[in-house]
Write a protein that binds this ligand. Structure first.
Ligand SMILES: [Zn+2]
Length: 286
């Protein structure tokens, strides 16, 4: 199969950044082969590739930076690109943060679906895992093992009655992603909300764009949920987005994450690239 991009340009208007609360439009443009997913800060005239090479470790969102110019909260948009098999894309914005929209990947998906995808002249590439790579960081465990498929497993463990310990495994195909993952909204704990606000974060957060887990072990806005295990499905959405930082190539292997987040996903990619070069190979699609 060949690489893809979008057929037509389109705009998503006026979304708010989850953390900054700032409003920006997003302009999506087709891109050539081997360009990957690139953000363009129109206000600063700087292009930042959505690659681990430009990613900076951060816990609450995935951030890339070049020449002192950042683009933040890119993970849901990247997830939809990986999920829909979009290899090349230019995304222009005029603030630092990609809007949170409804907290899931759904509005990005609708934009791409309506614009349509087209094939380009070069084969798609993927990262084939040849040997198991594992990584531990305190309670966090991540490993990837050889497989003929792209399988994502996420295990969470939160001290909350409705969540607790859960594990979900997901076989990534375009169809499965659209049916089972793209609508999974982000989530947050009511007990953390004020402290995050005090730090100048989550200014664009609301009970419309995040599932809110309260101190009594209940869900404040259960009517916003599509699935009862949605927080776990959202962790898979984030995982699929963060691992697309690996040069916007889909990993073919069984990827398992326990209690990990954006910063440890990035650390794992660096571990794979720097210390395990013979454990994977970049292949062209047939
Ligand atoms: Zn997320």
């Amino acid at each position: 199969m060949n690489q893809t991009t979008i057929k037509d340009s389109f705009i998503l208007k006026g979304g708010l950044g989850l953390h900054s609360g700032q409003k920006t439009d997003l302009y999506f443009f087709p891109a050539e082969e081997d360009q990957g997913i690139v953000f363009y800060r129109g206000d600063k005239k700087v292009k930042v590739p959505a690659s681990y090479r430009y990613a900076v470790p951060s816990t609450l969102c995935t951030t890339i930076e070049k020449d002192g110019v950042e683009v933040t909260t890119i993970e849901h948009l990247l997830s939809v690109c990986n999920g829909m098999g979009i290899d090349n894309l230019l995304v222009e914005l005029h603030r630092e943060e990609v809007p949170i929209l409804d907290g899931s990947g759904y509005e990005f998906y609708c934009g791409f679906r309506d614009a349509g995808l087209k094939y380009l002249g070069k084969p798609k590439k993927k990262i084939k895992i040849l040997e198991t790579v594992s990584f531990k960081q305190g309670e966090i465990a991540i490993f990837v093992a050889p497989s003929d498929h792209s399988n994502f497993t996420f295990s969470i463990d939160f001290d909350h009655r409705q969540i607790g310990q859960q594990e979900v495994s997901f076989h990534l195909t375009e169809k499965n992603y659209i049916e089972k993952i793209v609508k999974a909204k982000t989530f947050g704990f009511r007990k953390d909300y004020q402290a995050l606000l005090d730090k100048g974060l989550v200014k664009g957060g609301s009970n419309k764009n995040a599932i809110i887990l309260d101190e009594n072990g209940d869900i404040e806005n259960i009517e916003e949920m599509t699935w009862l295990n949605e927080p776990n499905l959202h962790k898979i959405l984030d995982q699929i987005g963060d691992f697309y930082l690996f040069d916007n190539l889909r990993i073919v292997g069984d990827l398992f994450c326990h209690k990990s987040g954006h910063a440890s996903h990035l650390a794992f990619i660096h571990h794979l690239v720097n210390e395990c070069q013979d454990h994977f190979v970049v292949l062209e699609d047939d």
